[in-house]
Design a protein around this ligand. Structure first.
Ligand SMILES: CSC[C@@H](O)[C@@H](O)C(=O)COP(=O)(O)O
Length: 329
């Protein structure tokens, strides 16, 4: 399964706002609508928006447009996932090296895309080793093939563990307000014939208390140098609940999601989204129009709640600050 394709100098994005009801691929030949697609979550998930932005940068080069302006427009689309900025900076370095020629830039974007899939596969192999036999695994949001170049981070670990015959059941939180768990994770799991049970977010603690969850694994949008990390709103609740019930809690991410410039999670910018995402469900109003709404798209989980960090280079255990530094040599 994939969500991003580059064919004949055109970027195609699988419209994730329409899944799982319809599979629509949208074509892009201009970088500006790609910035909108990232903002409106046609494409979403930290590594996937990095890959999409890299290809969008190529569209600007192909059209002979200003690359600085393209970078700025794309970077302003979403603030939390560091992969977006990481990918754009890598493209800018390449542009300086090749004088902004389109072909080497396209090759660079393709490399970012291919490396992301390879990193997910490596993460999957490392992560599967920490999954016990007959595991019942909880995940939150969508950190799957749709959220990456392909295969997935947290869902990559689950896929690899399933391939190793270790997965008894995957519980996926529906993930309000935009239901990435229900719409996307459940869709990926069902498509891959991985045993899946969808739950509303507020059911997770109760399942843990009943002894029905052996391990939780989630994705990440940005990790600070001490291991604190931002991920989809509700991740922090999963971590607190897992800690209370003595359940191992893992976060899976490529090194491109680690931001060593931030000492801890307090510096991670948290995106505040449209209030109607909470006041409505699929366009139907579910709350008074005038009610105040708080809609942060991400929360920060402190590293003290994390059992291990699964990366493409291996699984890291505490002390995270020290071991993350070692990862970067
Ligand atoms: C491999 S994706 C990791 C994260 O980006 C994912 O868990 C997440 O929080 C996605 O949020 P979204 O708002 O859907 O882009």
């Amino acid at each position: 399964m994939d969500a991003i394709r580059w064919e004949g100098n055109t970027l195609y994005l699988l419209d994730q706002t329409k899944l799982p009801v319809t599979e629509v691929w949208l074509p892009y030949t201009d970088y500006r609508p790609v910035a909108d697609a990232i903002r409106t979550m046609v494409v979403r998930g930290a590594p996937a928006i990095g890959v999409a932005a890299a290809y969008a940068y190529c569209l600007a080069a192909l059209a002979g447009e200003g690359l600085d302006e393209a970078k700025e427009t794309l970077a302003a689309s979403r603030p939390t996932a560091v992969n977006l900025f990481w990918a754009l900076e890598r493209m800018e370095r390449k542009a300086k090296e090749c004088g902004g020629a389109a072909e080497p830039l396209i090759a660079e974007a393709k490399a970012i895309h291919a490396e992301d899939v390879a990193m997910c596969r490596a993460m999957g192999a490392h992560g599967a080793a920490v999954v016990p036999e007959h595991a019942r695994i909880l995940t939150h949001c969508n950190a799957g093939a749709l959220a990456t170049g392909g295969y997935g981070t947290a869902l990559g670990v689950i896929r690899a563990a399933h391939e190793a015959g270790k997965v008894n059941m995957v519980y996926c939180d529906e993930t309000r307000p935009l239901l990435q768990g229900a719409r996307l994770t459940a869709y990926e799991l069902v498509s891959d014939h991985i045993p899946a049970t969808l739950i509303a977010d507020n059911m997770a603690a109760s399942l843990m208390a009943k002894g029905k969850i052996d391990l939780a694994v989630v994705g990440c949008d940005r990790m600070a140098a001490n291991g604190d990390f931002a991920n989809k709103i509700g991740t922090y609740s999963v971590a607190v609940n897992a800690h209370y019930h003595g359940i191992p809690f893992y976060v899976a991410l490529p090194c491109s999601t680690i931001d060593l410039s931030l000492a801890d999670g307090s510096g991670i910018p948290i995106e505040e989204r449209d209030r109607d995402e909470v006041r409505t469900l699929y366009g139907t109003r579910t709350a008074p129009e005038s009610v105040e709404v708080c809609n942060p798209a991400f929360d920060v989980t402190p590293h003290s709640l994390v059992t291990g960090i699964i990366t493409e280079k291996g699984v890291i255990y505490p002390p995270f600050q020290e071991n993350l530094q070692k990862l970067f040599g």
